[in-house]
Design a binder for this molecule. Sequence first.
Ligand SMILES: [Zn+2]
Ligand SMILES: [Zn+2]
Length: 368
Amino acid sequence: MAKNYYDILEVSKTATADEIKKSYRKLARKYHPDVNPGDKEAENKFKELSEAYAVLSDPEKRKEYDSIGHEAFTSSGHGYNFQNMNYEDMRNFNFGGTSFEDLFSDFFGGFSPKSSRSRSKAKAAKGSDIVYSIKVPFTDAVKGTTYELNINRDAQCPSCNGTGGKKTACSVCHGTGMASDGSFFASPCRICSGTGEKIIEPCIKCRSKGYVHINEHIKIKIPAGIDNDSKIRVSGKGNAGENGAPEGDLYIKTTIIDNPVYERNGSDLTINMDIDIFEAALGIKLTVPTPYGAVNLNVPAGVKSGQKLRLKGKGMPVLRKNINGDLYVVINIKAPEKLSDNVKDLLIKAQSLSPKLDRSDILAKGTI
Ligand SMILES: [Zn+2]
Ligand SMILES: [Zn+2]
């Protein structure tokens, strides 16, 4: 007795449409003829799965199937007979509103099985990327610079342009890249590995590998404002692709060497500056270093410790924009550690003349 469609799809009778689809995709992946070339049993199993899915993915058909049962349904001509279908017919079949191609779109890393007629030759992949790490001094991050480095990579062979030599169409598959072994399911030609070509004049320079190992001197522009973990892309300076496909890219990863006085936060910088109690009390025109030279900053009389004063536009350049972040000067009031007798006397006199701080409020609130 034939297995029912639920058994074939390995789902329960109450399975949701999504569960049925998931199970079908899983099983179809396992039994797909492209994965099992020449395996008749897998091919039949695949057709059986597709037939079951064609019915159960269609709500109307599924209802009918459930009410009259497997035997009655299949013998009454309500269903589909996938065993007699060829691959092309199956591809044109609409599964519960989903095309065959859609069902397989995520198979085999993105390539969907196609008929021998429409399937193209194996497509060569772009070469792999290379990542290099460099350390950038703070000054270079401020001003931008040109960096020179030597990289090792597999470059496309200039003699054969990465093709490996002079080629002609594969005589076994006649350039289609697909095997013609009598089965209507397509599989890649074993002689040319699906490329559809064979080399008749091997390239001497690369010994038909299509690439040559080189050490290349490269100049890269480091833009002003570069930060940690920025990635600078140098197009086409990665490894060679297969069969003359484009070379990958080179990525330069940056680490900025800290400057001892600036703390960086994106495009803003912070610097800590000490002032003494006299400067704090009287105010001062303070000379502050910036990445663009020293500037004067007016610190007002009565400045508080920890107060932040802003120097607009004196921070880091903003990457690829013609503006700068800001530089914040954090004021730190430093009391003198040692006083001469003269100064001490003067301070005591000054203290007696200046108003006392009122600490009664905090004392009252904080004393428990
Ligand atoms: Zn070559
Ligand atoms: Zn071939």
